[in-house]
Write a protein that binds this ligand. Structure first.
Ligand code: GDP
Length: 485
């Protein structure tokens, strides 16, 4: 291997009870031995921990060097070594380490200043600062993990809730890799048979049973399709779901947001148009992050600042997945609501109508919602909910609509969930190739073309694990990691 030995702070850069510096590479033990007063690390067993001190300007005597080496006059030997910190050092010998290289972890008292001093002394003794993601990149390059597992490490570190932690962990444990490798093996068998046919092209023989192939393609299409479908859920889990709260000024949007968040974050006021900008708040429901965006009221206005708010509201609707439209029967007509819904209706937008301030309309027959239902259910909206944001009534129904939204995104067939845009695109490309293989079989297209499409599909599947990749893709993935990962 003979790579540089790299070092970096692996814990967050800030004050903590302890901090950990990671060192990895062929010379890890040699370099750390030069700064560690304690056990001779080069003689230590793998996966063991030692107490000692990190020092600057350590004398070579007793450092575990051979007698000859120890007798060599060290230029700094008459200078007293400076103790930097009292530490615990963990020794990990290749290949059973994170990077598959010799590695050392130094646990020190978690001060950023101490971290800096230890890193300096390691660098002075031959290590270099790791680049962003370099430890994980080495784990990948050394074949300990595949690319999708490397990506899952970044996801795991970034996970903020149960659902994203679980999917990232499943990916790290090889969930996607296993699923993909089953598909690849099946495809690989056929590809080799088809290529064999090419070798015997003159003889016009068929090694690959075409009907078995049709069956395989059918299964592949289903499997790829369900993995692709799982991205909707995976993406929601990983990146959260944007929920826009829309309605005329004073419909009670801020009050609803407060009720949802159970805290007074948004400004509630009687003056129409006070929520000038958009406010975003995150609420975790069923382990998924819902980002609520309270927008300025949508209405015609002459106030320029408010106009900006209105434009922003429209932008938010464009990117939202769920739209909570609030109205009350005093300030809206059935027509207002209907024309709003029809204007903003999109297939991939779940519109929920929320009739607010029902505390004020207790005694009236609800003709309003009956008319709305007739006009809008079930083509444009699935549900109309009556609430009183102010009195905290019906809020649980709003929450339950959001829970259902997530439940409905789940696909049943596969327990592997795609959360990564790159995997999603690779799966789509391989599905396209598989479809072309299908057409090639049914159209009795030349074996050479069939082989070409099969190889394409294989390559796209291989992109996920990193079997087929290039420096640009790798650079892009690992540069998003932070230093020390
Ligand atoms: P926004 O402009 O849509 O954000 O509306 P706000 O949340 O600022 O509410 C406007 C006014 O309506 C405030 O005085 C609220 O107290 C009041 N309000 C909001 N929800 C309700 C409700 O369910 N019932 C009643 N009676 N008043 C409400």
């Amino acid at each position: 291997m003979n790579q540089d030995t790299i070092c970096a702070l692996a814990t967050a850069n800030g004050i903590g009870a302890i901090g950990i510096i990671r060192v990895s590479g062929d010379q890890s033990f040699e370099i750390v031995s030069k700064v560690f007063q304690g056990k001779n690390l080069e003689k230590a067993d793998s996966h063991t921990v030692y107490y000692g001190f990190i020092v600057d300007g350590k004398s070579e005597v007793g450092s575990g060097k051979s007698e000859v080496e120890s007798n060599i006059q060290h230029p700094t030997s008459n200078i007293q070594p400076e103790t930097i910190d009292e530490v615990m050092v963990s020794v990990f010998k290749a290949p059973k380490t994170f990077t598959a290289e010799d590695s050392v972890e130094i646990s020190f008292h978690g001060s950023p200043h101490i971290a800096k001093k230890i890193l300096e002394v390691l660098i002075k003794n031959g290590a270099r600062m790791a680049k962003a993601g370099e430890f994980t990149m080495r784990a990948f390059m050394n074949g300990r993990i595949d690319l999708s597992q490397a990506e899952s490490i970044a996801d795991l570190i970034a996970s903020e809730n149960e659902a994203s932690r679980k999917v990232a962990l499943n990916q790290l444990k090889g969930g996607i890799t296993n699923e993909i490798s089953i598909l690849r093996n099946d495809l690989l068998n056929f590809t080799s048979l088809i290529e064999l046919e090419l070798d015997f092209a003159e003889e016009d023989v068929e090694f690959a049973d075409r009907s078995a192939m049709v069956k395989l393609i059918f299964n592949l299409k289903n499997k790829l399709g369900s993995l692709i479908d799982s991205f909707q859920f995976g993406n929601a889990v990983k990146n959260g779901v944007d929920v826009a709260i829309i309605g005329k000024p004073n419909a009670g949007k801020s009050t609803l947001l407060n009720a949802l968040l159970k805290e007074e974050r948004a400004i509630v006021s009687d003056i129409a148009g006070t929520t000038r900008d958009t406010i975003e708040e995150i609420l975790h429901i069923s382990g998924t992050a819902f980002r609520f965006i309270d927008t300025a009221g949508i209405r015609e206005t002459t106030d320029t600042i408010e106009e900006i708010g209105v434009r922003k509201a429209k932008e938010k609707i464009a990117t939202a997945k769920v739209l909570l439209y609030l109205y009350d029967e005093f300030d809206s007509t059935v027509n207002d609501v209907v024309s709003f819904v029809k204007e903003f209706y999109r297939k991939d937008l779940e519109i929920v109508l929320i009739h607010n301030k029902i505390d004020l309309s207790k005694n009236t027959e609800n003709h309003f919602d009956t008319q709305l239902s007739a006009e809008l259910l079930p083509d444009f909206v699935k549900k109309i909910i009556g609430i009183s944001a102010k009195e905290n009534q019906g809020i649980e129904q709003v929450i339950s609509v959001l829970k259902d939204y997530i439940e409905n995104l789940k696909t049943e067939e596969s327990n592997v969930v795609i959360t990564n845009q790159r995997h999603y695109e690779a799966l789509q490309k391989s599905l396209d190739s598989v479809k072309r293989v299908e057409n090639a079989i049914s159209g009795q297209i030349h074996t050479e073309l069939l082989a070409y499409e099969l190889r394409n599909a294989l390559e796209h599947l291989g992109e996920i694990s990193g079997e087929f990749t290039n420096d640009e893709v790798l650079g892009n993935i690992f540069s998003k990691f932070c230093i020390g990962k």
